[in-house]
Each structure stands twice: as C-alpha cells, then as structure tokens.
Design a binder for this molecule. Structure first.
Ligand code: ADP
Length: 452
C-alpha cells in the first residue's frame, strides 16, 4: 500500500520548468546475444553435461548455447548431488545452475504414488521468488512432472494453500520466501518431510537478517537431515560463509571470482558529487542526455521512491515506482511491466537491489548511495548482465545519513551513521573498480554502455 507521504527534500525540485525527453532505445537483440555469447565460456555446450534430452532441448530452445563459468564449474557438482556454496558475479547465470540441477534430479513418480514437495528454493524477496519460479517454468515444458509453485507473503493464504489441496497435484518444486513458507509448514498445509534438495539463493542476505535467518533455520530443521544443500550469492563475508557451511555437509566451495573482482567488465561506473536539493535536477539532466534501453533508479526509502516517481511522471518520464510498501499484487504487476520492457524507467528501493534480472537495464542511477559496499555492488549489477554493457551513475551527497543497522535487526533499533563518501571509499577499497567523477555528461560515450 502506498504511504501517501512525500519527501520534502525531493519536493524542493521545481519540476514544472522541465520538459522530459528520454533516451531512445536503439540496440537490437542480436548485438546483445553476441555479447552474451562472448561472456559465456567456450568450453563446449550444454550438451556436454549429458542432461535429460528434454532438458537439453529446452535449454537450447531458450537460447542458452554455452555455459558461463559458474555454470561450467558448479553444474557438474550440483548434478553429482554435492552440497555447494557458490559465489560468482551478478548476472553470470547462477540461477540456471540450480534450476537445471533440480530439473535433472527430479524423477517422474509412479502414477499411483502421491506427489510430494521434493525441492525447496528459499529467497529473500517475493519478486525474486516469482522470477525464479518463472525460470523453472521456462525450462520445464517437456518435463511435466517437475511442477512448481511459488509462495510468498502479502497475498491471502488461500492463494498459497490451493497448491497443496489435491494430493495428486502437490508441486515437486516450491520457491518461497521464508515467512510464508514457515507458516505453511507450521500449519501443516505443506509437508516438507520428503524434501531432497534445499536451495538458498542470495544466501548472505537471507542469513544476515536475524529474523529471516531464524525462519530459514526453522524451515531447514523441518526438512529431512539427508538432502542436497546449495547456496548462491555474488557477495559473502567470511562470517556468512562460515554460517552457510553449518547448513551443509562438507560443501564444495566454488569461487568464480575473487571478492575484489566482483564488478562486471562491461559496466562503466561514475559518481557525481551533488547536494541533496540538486539531485532531482541532475537526475533529469541525465535522463535527458543519456541513451538507455531501460533504467533503474535506486532510492533508500519508500517515501522517497513514491515522491521521486511522482516527480518523474509529472515531468512526463515513463516511470514506475516499486517498493515494499506497495500492495503485493501491484508489486508483481510492476515487476512484470519491467520484465516485459514496458517500463522504461523504474524507481526502486532495495527491493529490486538483488537478484532481479531485467536484461534490458543498461543504466543504473543511485539517486541515494547504497548503505553499504555489498548493496552498491548488487545494485550496479542490475545493469551489464550476462556480458551486456551498462552505465552506473551514483550521487554522492555531503550530509551525514543515519538509519537502523541491518545486522542488528529492527528489535534492537541500533542506528548507524555514515556519509556517502565513506561508502564510496569502502567500495573502492574492497573492489577493483575504475570509478571516476562525472563532471560533463556530454563526455559520455554511448558506444561504451549501449550494447548494439
Ligand atoms: P545471477 O543469478 O548470477 O545474477 P542470472 O541467473 O539472473 O544471474 O542470469 C542472468 C541472465 O543471463 C538471465 O537473463 C539468464 O537468462 C541469462 N543466462 C544465464 N545463463 C546463460 C547462458 N548460458 N546463455 C545465455 N544466457 C544466459
């Protein structure tokens, strides 16, 4: 539900004077495919994994020719049934590792046997759960027994419960957010006592939030002891890595990229020093000057998301806003609009900061700097996916910010204080990033960030 409040800082901008024009969408799909192919590893095709013929066919039909490095390294291990902890850059195709492994593992049950939930995929946001479910559906066409269901909060229980009413139609794969998943287990709607595969995507995010971690632990403890566990993320601190390993049995740790090299090659990164009350004008200058296919603009609060989106719409920019305060059906509708490229500009909170894959996004603007270096990395990784090019511009304001620290959880309500500049320094010290100040928009070279 929208909050109805507006952010006074954003309101200071005199939007009436502006005439909006947006960059033209120029590049064709062919160029993007060529880039993606260049990014994937020429180590043979998916045929070499000797998957079920139905799955191999469906992978080819969906245009996947060559596995990326993470797929090349992690998929054989996942197919062998090993527990895996995998880290690779955003946009490198981690999803396909567990999607293909589960579709391969799950066998057709005998007709006379009841259907069971065999695989649980747990993620931190509802939109990511929805996206992953769509990925299963994209590849399971010729494997009708690999049925899936997505369950998340914010919708009536009936919408989730219906998947488990008919014993002959119980989904084999359930993609879920932790809270609703646990409710369904606890009220005995969903039986997870036959689960053989447990996946945690964006696992560091799921485990660093204390409440989410508790839910994940409880869900995990309700599933059988013997199962294959797979966890994935682009980022993982030593602490999260150690914690993740407690869920696993001698896992194979796959690090495709070193911590310091997690930025994407095709991504050009800039920052602009701009005072808070000049941000909106600067943003409009950028949207007018820069060509882009789709653009995502990150802000740090729900109120700022609503205010900025309203402002852009008043300026006739084709923008939509998305944040956790919205009604769930509206959130999914907006997600679909973005995926189908019908929303050229998306103003979002960190709800879309991780995992979300909209491959036409080639411009990421951080109207508000991320609140930590990992979030910065995930946010900018929304552009430049799977070898496409992209441009990111981050606004650096000089004032001090404060918010509740994520690690402490809402209960303790501990405030942390920081400056945008501190985060920028942290990003630059942790990751090998070539980031320079953007002082003249006319110097931007379209060829560097537009995949043709
Ligand atoms: P990650 O989870 O690593 O951030 P995703 O799994 O979301 O990345 O994949 C990024 C994009 O790349 C998706 O649009 C996906 O369909 C595409 N992709 C993944 N693997 C391949 C491949 N081998 N060939 C072509 N496209 C791929």
């Amino acid at each position: 539900m929208a909050s109805g409040k507006s952010d006074p800082l954003i309101d200071e901008f005199e939007f009436q004077e502006l005439e909006a024009t947006t960059g033209e969408a120029g590049a064709g799909a062919k160029g993007m495919e060529a880039m993606a192919q260049a990014y994937s590893v020429a180590l043979g095709g998916f045929k070499d994994f000797c998957l079920k013929p139905e799955l191999t066919r469906s992978i080819a039909e969906n245009g996947f020719e060559h596995p990326s490095e993470v797929q090349h390294k992690a998929l054989p291990q996942a197919l062998l049934g090993n527990d895996i902890l995998a880290q690779a850059k955003s946009g490198m195709g981690k999803t396909a590792v567990f999607v293909f492994a589960l579709l391969e593992h799950i066998e057709k049950p005998p007709e006379d046997q009841p259907r069971r939930v065999l695989a649980l995929v747990v993620v931190h946001t509802r939109e990511l759960a929805y996206q992953i479910d769509r990925e299963f559906v994209r590849f399971n066409r010729a494997l009708p027994h690999c049925t899936t269901a997505v369950i998340y909060g914010g919708v009536p229980f009936e919408e989730c419960n219906r998947h488990f009413k008919d014993p002959k139609k119980i989904p084999a794969i359930v993609v879920a957010t932790p809270g609703r998943c646990l409710s369904l287990i606890n009220d005995k709607t969903m039986d997870v006592s036959h689960v053989k595969y447990f996946v945690l995507d964006e696992f560091d995010r799921c485990l660093e939030d204390i409440r989410m971690r508790k839910d994940v632990q409880e869900i995990f403890s309700k599933t059988p002891r013997t199962k294959q566990v797979m966890m994935f993320s682009a980022t993982m601190s030593q602490e999260m890595r150690n914690l993740a390993k407690k869920f696993m049995n001698n896992p194979l740790e796959i690090y495709v990229d070193q911590q310091s090299k997690l930025t994407l090659h095709g991504l050009i990164q800039y920052y602009i020093n701009v005072e808070e009350n000049a941000k909106s004008r600067k943003l409009v200058d950028i949207l007018d000057a820069v060509d882009f296919h789709q653009c995502i603009i990150f802000v740090n609060t729900v109120t700022r998301c609503e205010t900025l989106n309203a402002l852009l719409r008043k300026c006739k920019f084709p923008s939509v806003g998305v944040h956790g305060g919205m009604d769930q059906a509206e959130r999914i509708k907006t997600f679909d609009l973005c995926k189908s490229q019908n929303s050229k500009i998306v103003v979002a909170t960190d709800l879309f900061g991780r995992g979300i894959d909209i491959n036409r996004i080639n411009l990421v603007i951080q109207y508000d700097m991320a609140t930590d270096a990992d979030s910065y990395l995930h946010r900018v990784g929304r552009a430049g996916r799977f070898g496409n090019r992209g441009l990111t511009i981050t606004f650096i304001a000089s004032d001090t910010r404060s918010m509740r620290s994520k690690e402490e959880g809402a209960e303790k309500g501990k405030q942390k204080e920081w400056k945008d500049d501190d985060i920028l320094k942290d990003v630059q010290s942790r990751f090998e990033i070539q980031m320079s100040e953007l002082t003249d928009l006319s110097k931007l070279d379209k060829k560097q960030y537009m995949t043709q």
